[in-house]
Design a protein around this ligand. Structure first.
Ligand SMILES: Nc1ncnc2c(CN3C[C@H](CCSCCOCCO)[C@@H](O)C3)c[nH]c12
Length: 228
């Protein structure tokens, strides 16, 4: 079994590389892919760099070039659901692109022809995440993620995304990973730890909690590998 673990920022995969300790580094398409193995599972790890385009390239490469059969995304997110606080973990049930907009032609936000507003994650992987959370007595919210090529740090925009997509959290890569995995028929899950509230203080909160929240998400992903 070959599993890809993907993040967007180096801080999101550093805890993984530190945990696994030894790994090969392969340079490809202006990025680096780290290969290792863990409990008999072949792993390929990468951070895409920020945003949907970078994430689509990396997700596609992890699958098409490195042969990943499942993809786990680990990282941080901005909370839209007021019950989500910094450090809380969220596993996505489905993801949408909040900045995809051809509403001029009567389509809903996040929709383009031959597509769908939401892409659903793999139910078995989501159930595994919930099982691990139960065993480890870690609260885990199952929710909707809205992805866009913007760092959300404004209450008005935050509320618009929350309401328009009924989304619990926002980030900048998950929905594009979802489109790629769905098209290539690869089971995937997106796990995010909250780093900020996507409001006017988001920048400060993000700077303060990126590392600790990224570590939390990475540790949870490792716990999932132990049960795969
Ligand atoms: N409120 C928010 N809105 C949107 N996304 C997020 C996320 C999730 N990740 C973090 C990172 C933020 C992009 S800029 C990082 C700062 O760069 C520092 C280098 O200058 C991007 O990969 C998306 C956490 N809070 C968010």
């Amino acid at each position: 079994m070959k599993i890809a673990i993907m993040g967007a920022m180096v801080e999101e995969i550093t805890p993984l590389l530190e945990f696994f300790g030894t790994y090969e580094t392969i340079e490809h398409a202006k990025n680096r892919y780290y290969t290792t193995s863990y409990r008999g599972i072949d792993l390929v790890i990468a951070y895409s760099k920020i945003g949907k385009v970078n994430a689509s390239l990396t997700a596609s490469t992890l699958i098409e070039k490195f042969g990943a059969q499942k993809l786990l995304f680990s990282g941080v997110a901005g909370a839209l659901n007021p019950s989500l606080k910094v450090g809380d973990l969220l596993v996505a049930t489905k993801l949408a692109q909040h900045d995809l907009d051809i509403t001029a032609f009567g389509h809903p936000h996040g929709y383009v022809p031959e597509g769908s507003v939401y892409v659903e994650t793999d139910k078995a992987l989501t159930e595994l995440a919930k099982q691990v959370a139960l065993e480890q007595k870690i609260p885990l919210l199952e929710g909707i993620i809205a992805t866009g090529d913007q760092f959300i740090c404004d209450g008005v925009k935050k509320e618009w995304i929350h309401t328009t997509f009924n989304a619990d959290a926002t980030e900048m890569e998950g929905a594009s990973v979802a489109v790629v995995c769905d098209a290539l028929n690869i089971p995937f899950c997106v796990l995010r730890a909250i780093s900020d509230a996507a409001d006017m203080d988001a920048g400060f909160s993000f700077d303060e909690f990126l590392v600790s929240s990224a570590k939390e998400s990475a540790q949870f992903i490792i716990a999932m590998l132990d049960e795969l």
